[in-house]
Design a protein around this ligand. Structure first.
Ligand SMILES: Cc1ncc(COP(=O)(O)O)c(C=O)c1O
Length: 443
């Protein structure tokens, strides 16, 4: 099978027709490329016009085990034949309990944990907000500029990656204070690591907590260990530990949002494991269900809601999602995908670095494991963000058979499945390189 195989430049006639109907009936969201899927397997997507494309977007970091992994498909089918739903918040079924036990074991910290199941990242973070408020009896949160924690009104109050996401939706949850993230490529303080001594972390304790965020009123610091939607920003070594220490020293909880970074994406099971920090609450979703919606907030048992009825939902921990999630965890373990992500991620980083050197319009390459990105600029010297160059690349890539996904202001993320065959990964990187050449020619 030849992959990629472009028979008609996407969007082909069938795709165009569906996109037209989609525009008529589907709510306006965040569509970025006109790819209409017919079926997919592993890292290859077939579109409705018969094109075969390599997927470097993984359904927004959902398909760490690839599309339609046979073990996940089998688990879904087996569970669907047994029972599809029973409302795990109000009744009982073992598969949900088994998943919670397993999640407790694979998350940082040896203490006994409790799991609240939802269906998405935003719901996982809503649960974390509620657990933190209920446990601490405080209502303030510290979060970071550039953060993305979801779009429901509570989580949206923590999100700060694009003004558009919040505009028109105020007032938001009171008591959220945003501080600059550790974005070394564009240091908000114009300092340089390591001589900065992590000024961007220290300032939380030295200034914010002494002025606008009194720690006795702060329930938690909400953090992505690598910013995702905000632009794939990797903090420098020591930053996460410093943040964790500031939280601990000031008796404030640390909430680790692993919705995008979890399940091996960064070369560790959880991105926070690149540091020594142990979060109080960890949230997850996306890759958790291998393509089926499920999310969770995990926290120490003693932080659990004090009585029945404080928080609940209908679908959280749905049996089909729980089955898919257990199968996904099996695949991650059996195929050694965490170690593979670290290893293939190094290979990706090397090739992406070569591309960065070659092109004046790539300002930065950054990432951990198979969570990689390029940031696009008008020129290396000015470092001025160039979203139009990034968007041009997006188009030139899918026209050549590579599916990409933008993030941040002018960043392109590269997030293939962790089990993508090495030759297919290289084929995808070749297409990327070819598309970059075309971007260069068109400048
Ligand atoms: C770090 C992070 N948190 C939360 C969310 C929200 O997840 P969902 O879209 O499933 O609500 C996302 C989604 O991109 C995310 O990247």
């Amino acid at each position: 099978m030849k992959v990629p195989d472009i028979k008609v430049t996407p969007p082909g006639p069938k795709a165009r027709e569906i996109i037209e109907r989609d525009r008529t009936y589907i709510a306006t969201t965040t569509k970025s490329a006109p790819i209409v899927i017919k079926r997919a397997s592993g890292s290859v997507v077939e579109d409705v016009d018969g094109n075969l494309l390599i997927d470097f977007s993984s359904g927004i970091s959902v398909l760490n085990v690839g599309h339609a992994h046979p073990k996940v498909v089998e688990a879904i089918a087996r569970q669907a034949a047994a029972f599809t739903h029973f409302a795990g918040t109000d009744f009982y079924y073992e598969i949900q309990t088994t998943l919670a036990e397993r999640i407790g074991k694979i998350t940082p910290g040896k203490h006994r944990k409790k799991v609240f199941f939802g269906n998405s990242g935003t719901e996982a973070n809503e649960a974390a907000i509620k657990v933190a408020k209920s446990h601490t009896k405080r209502h303030m949160f510290l979060a970071f500029l550039g953060a993305f924690h979801g779009r429901t009104q509570g989580a949206l109050s923590l999100t700060a990656s694009k003004a558009r996401q919040r505009a028109g939706f105020f007032p938001s949850m009171p008591g959220v204070v945003h501080v600059p993230y550790a974005y070394c490529y564009r240091c908000p303080y114009k300092l340089t690591y390591p001589s900065c001594d992590l000024y961007c972390a220290n300032i939380i304790e030295d200034t914010y907590m002494k002025t606008v965020a009194p720690p006795e009123d702060v329930a938690a610091i909400f953090v992505e260990p690598v910013q995702g939607e905000g632009g794939y920003i990797v903090p420098p070594p020591g930053w996460m530990d410093r943040i964790a220490n500031i939280a601990k020293d000031n008796n404030v909880l640390l909430i680790d949002d692993e919705v995008q970074t979890g399940f091996g994406r960064t070369g560790k099971m959880w991105a926070i494991e690149h540091s020594k920090a142990v979060p109080d609450i960890l949230t997850m979703a996306k890759s958790m269900g291998g393509g089926v919606p499920i999310g969770a907030a995990v926290y120490p048992a003693e932080m659990d809601f004090p009585e029945s009825g404080k928080h609940s939902n209908t679908f959280g921990g749905n049996p089909i999602a729980a089955a898919a999630s257990l199968a996904t965890l099996d695949v991650i373990e059996d195929e050694g995908l965490v170690a593979r992500s670290a290893k293939l991620g190094d290979h990706m980083a090397k090739r992406l670095d070569e591309m960065k050197e070659r092109y004046e319009f790539i300002g930065d390459r950054r990432g951990l494991g198979m969570m990689q990105a390029h940031e696009f600029v008008t020129d290396k010297r000015s470092g001025k963000p160039a979203p139009e160059t990034r968007d041009k690349l997006d188009k030139l890539a899918y026209e050549r058979g590579l599916i990409l996904l933008p993030c941040g202001e002018s960043t392109m993320r590269y997030i293939p499945a962790l089990n993508i065959p090495r030759d297919l990964l290289d084929a995808g990187l070749d297409v990327l390189d070819d598309a970059l050449k075309a971007v260069n020619r068109a400048r």
